[in-house]
Design a protein around this ligand. Structure first.
Ligand code: 13P
Ligand code: 13P
Ligand code: MG
Ligand code: MG
Length: 376
């Protein structure tokens, strides 16, 4: 029998702005899932990072199952009512449609799912990021799965030296899922050419070329493409299976030591360093900085172990200090240049109205005639 891991994540309200969900809200969602899971789920876990809540559900129904998605949708609906009753900020923020219709994809919540035959031991990682976009995972995934400078296993481990197949999605295309498959190492430069553009090209999944197994799944929702206006950043979740035929846990984590700059931060409109944090960490400085958390689990016969908090280790304190310095450094230049996202990404914001109003105030000065070149 196959096992499916489904993460469905939403922001349905938080305390003190876009900071952190309340205990009442988390308890309501958790209680709802416990009451309703019945024979549908074999296990579940609820995690929070920043103002987002993620449900990790274990079942045997496959990817995109209507009942599993409905359960999560209704849990977040129940959470929204609790958030409204408490007067939390942004209650129901990520539930962008009124009624559930078959699959939460395209309805606001972020989704990452993988179905597989359990290995005798099945370690995997669950990531949550807040105040950023799905492309924030592009660089860490590229380094972990395609670069031997990061992942020694690409040279050392016979199960991964064949490389991986990256499925990349063009998230600016809204009439369907526009996808391309690229295989590393042959397509390394092609992959880099796409992944440099975090706003548009996003790793959707990664597959082993050794045995065809799926290694990773990333939520690729762009909320502004669904809502037609800014309603909050996408705050992506991700599942990664690790060890043996996949990179080791430490190889997947290592790239987060860069605290690379990503889009998001205040009002989803700035650039900030991605800070690895312990789970349950809220947001603070400039509604950020963008943060990422990671839980390690094993799943066996549909049951989860307790999680380990992988960014809790003292090593990451040093990275957090460096990320804080990087955040303050880029904030010193305010709105200027790369500190704020380009116009194309602010498309639905107030700046559009400012620029539209200024159009009529522009004047045209005739070009002055250039001097004729001297004949020689
Ligand atoms: P083990 O031999 O302890 O499984 O470790 C292998 C490994 O992947 C370490 O990174
Ligand atoms: P969230 O997407 O995390 O709700 O943040 C929205 C925002 O505008 C923060 O400044
Ligand atoms: Mg929010
Ligand atoms: Mg959020």
């Amino acid at each position: 029998m196959k096992t499916t891991l489904s993460i469905i994540k939403a922001d349905v309200g938080s305390i003190g702005g876009h900071v952190s969900p309340s205990n009442k809200l988390i308890d309501t969602i958790s209680h709802h899932v416990e009451q309703e899971m019945d024979v549908l789920l074999s296990d579940f876990y609820i995690g929070t990072t920043g103002d987002d809540i993620a449900l990790l559900m274990v079942h045997d129904k496959g990817v995109g199952d209507e009942d599993v998605h409905r359960l999560a949708w209704e849990a977040f609906k129940a959470g929204t009512e609790a958030a409204q009753a408490q007067g939390l900020y942004g209650a129901g923020q990520d539930l962008l449609v009124e009624a559930f219709s078959g699959n939460v994809k395209g309805m606001g919540p972020a989704v990452a799912e993988i179905e597989f035959q359990e290995r005798p031991n099945e370690p995997f990682l669950m990531f949550m990021a807040d105040k950023t976009e799905p492309g924030a995972y592009n660089l860490p995934l590229y380094l972990a799965f395609a670069d031997p400078m990061n992942t020694g296993g690409l040279l050392l481990s016979p199960e991964i030296t064949k490389g991986f197949r990256f499925r990349v999605q063009d998230v600016s295309f809204t009439e369907g899922d526009r996808l391309i498959d690229l295989s590393t190492p042959e397509d390394l430069y092609n992959l880099a050419a796409l992944l440099r553009d975090n706003d548009r090209y996003v790793v959707e999944s990664i597959w082993s070329r050794h045995d065809g197994q799926q290694a990773a799944s990333v939520s690729t929702t762009r909320l502004h493409n669904i809502a037609g206006k800014y309603t909050g950043k996408d705050d992506p979740v991700m599942l990664i299976r690790v060890q043996k035929n996949f990179p080791a846990t430490g190889e997947v984590l290592a790239p987060y030591s860069i605290a690379h700059y990503v889009g998001g931060f205040m009002r989803g409109s700035h650039i900030g360093p991605l800070m690895p944090v312990c789970h349950g960490t809220g947001c603070s400085y400039f509604d950020g900085p963008p943060i990422v958390s990671c839980w390690g689990f094993c799943v066996h016969e549909g049951k989860l172990t307790e999680p380990v908090d992988l960014f809790q280790h003292p090593f990451w304190n040093e990275v957090r200090h460096r990320a804080a310095d990087k955040a303050m450094e880029i904030r010193r230049q305010g709105f200027s240049g790369p500190a704020m996202l380009p116009y194309s990404e602010l498309e639905y914001g107030g700046i559009v109205h400012i620029l539209e109003k200024l159009e009529s105030r522009f004047t045209l000065r005739p070009a002055t005639r250039k001097a004729e070149p001297v004949a020689v």
